[in-house]
Design a protein around this ligand. Structure first.
Ligand code: ACM
Ligand code: ZN
Length: 392
């Protein structure tokens, strides 16, 4: 009786989850995927490794999970500074990962794995200290933020490690895109490391007006990683720091430090996923009345702000074609339960879904708001814990 013509504005419509800072069960992950499916998003970006935990079995490097998936204690969730004194850990076996990928595929969702390189990697260094500039000893991190211990790029074992890990990842995951991180990698250790300095010297890399010689270590490493991933028929995604250096045009830029990196990437010809923190970080507070909210990392992104994201702002129509999609991130420093995760996702995810599906000129916040209020009745029926600010 009726024919419906509909298509999404963007082909990449993503939701991320950090399982490094806190580990979530496979049952949680499936329920998370259900929520992604309910909102007609098509990509689950699974942030599987970080300083505070390595969460995926890698058969060639068993210590990554034997040692790297465990930390001695965690920060308490009610504010910075105090620890709980309890060992914490968890990881997914490759069999469990296969099951999750299948579950997601049945719901038309692609799972993109992220192995964060060459920073945010204390968990791997704790397991394999030779991969760090100083040789350690290292511990799986218990504090958050940016850690100075990173992979030693001057040690060729590091690149072999990255390729070995990515080989197993590529074998396991069928996604065309493989996320290789690239964010927040301080150069401190590289500046002091004889191996890293030798690599700089042997390649004749010098400081320029734009880049330090050490920046070349990162772009060299990420370029080698990309070449490897491409040789397996896949494409890399990296956080916008990959633009610091001359990254190839085939790398997908994930713009998180606002839209700036994405705009720069699109203008130089890279494809871009927009995940600007000031619109799409769902770990941020969704109310200014922070005393009434669960403790969060900071920031402020309410539903209206998410809805106001114009992914192609600042670009010509031609450049705008380089924006392949949008995503929101859920970093989990302060999130330990499914109920809390739901509260951070809903209903902000509905606003993200509409940014992903509806052309900019067809979007109107008050119209959305009426429909979003109806959607919250579904959340009620499904038993989801959602934020109620839009109802007030
Ligand atoms: C990031 O938030 N460090 C990508
Ligand atoms: Zn080094």
């Amino acid at each position: 009786a009726v024919q419906i013509l509909d298509e999404p504005e963007y082909r990449y419509r993503g939701m991320h989850l950090d399982v490094g800072r806190h580990f979530f069960s496979t049952d949680f992950i499936k329920k998370y995927i259900d929520i992604i499916a309910l909102h007609n998003l098509n990509t689950f970006h699974w942030h599987l490794t970080d300083d505070q935990g390595w969460r995926i079995e890698i058969k060639k490097y068993p210590k990554l999970t034997e040692i790297g998936s465990k930390r001695k204690e965690s920060l308490l969730n009610d504010g910075p500074g105090k620890f709980d004194g309890k060992p914490y850990g968890g990881f997914y076996t490759q069999e469990e990962v296969k099951d999750i990928i299948e579950y997601a595929a049945e719901r038309y969702i692609t799972v993109i794995p992220e192995i964060d390189l060459p920073g945010h990697i204390n968990s791997a260094l704790a397991a394999y200290p030779d991969l760090g500039c100083t040789g350690g000893p290292y511990e799986v991190a218990t504090t958050y933020g940016v850690h100075k211990e990173v992979l030693c790029v001057g040690n060729e074992q590091s690149l072999r490690f990255a390729k070995d890990v990515l080989s197993e990842i590529i074998e396991l995951f069928s996604s065309h895109y493989i996320h290789v991180g690239g964010d927040e990698c301080p150069r401190d250790r590289w500046q002091q490391c004889p191996k890293c300095q030798a690599l700089i010297h042997n390649n004749g890399w010098k400081d320029t007006k734009e880049h330090k010689a050490e920046d070349k270590l990162q772009s060299y490493f990420m370029t080698e990683v990309e070449r490897f991933v491409n040789s397996k028929g896949r494409q890399i995604i990296g956080w916008d720091e990959i633009l610091e250096g001359d990254v190839s045009k085939t790398a997908i830029v994930m713009s998180w430090r606002g839209k700036t990196g994405g705009i720069k990437g699109a203008k130089r010809g890279n494809e871009v996923v927009m995940v600007p923190n000031d619109y799409a970080y769902f770990d941020y507070y969704q109310s200014k009345d922070v005393d009434k909210e669960p403790f969060s990392i900071g920031g402020f992104v309410d539903v209206a702000k998410v809805y106001s994201l114009n992914p192609t702002e600042g670009l010509t129509a031609e450049e705008g074609k380089k924006i392949i999609g949008v995503q929101a991130n859920l970093w989990a420093e302060y999130i330990t339960t499914f109920s809390h995760a739901q509260y951070m996702l809903l209903p902000r995810m509905a606003a993200l879904a509409e940014v992903a599906w509806t052309p900019q000129e067809a979007r109107e916040y008050s119209n959305f708001l009426n429909r979003a209020k109806l959607l919250t009745q579904r959340y009620e029926a499904l038993g989801y814990n959602f934020a109620k600010h839009i109802l007030q």
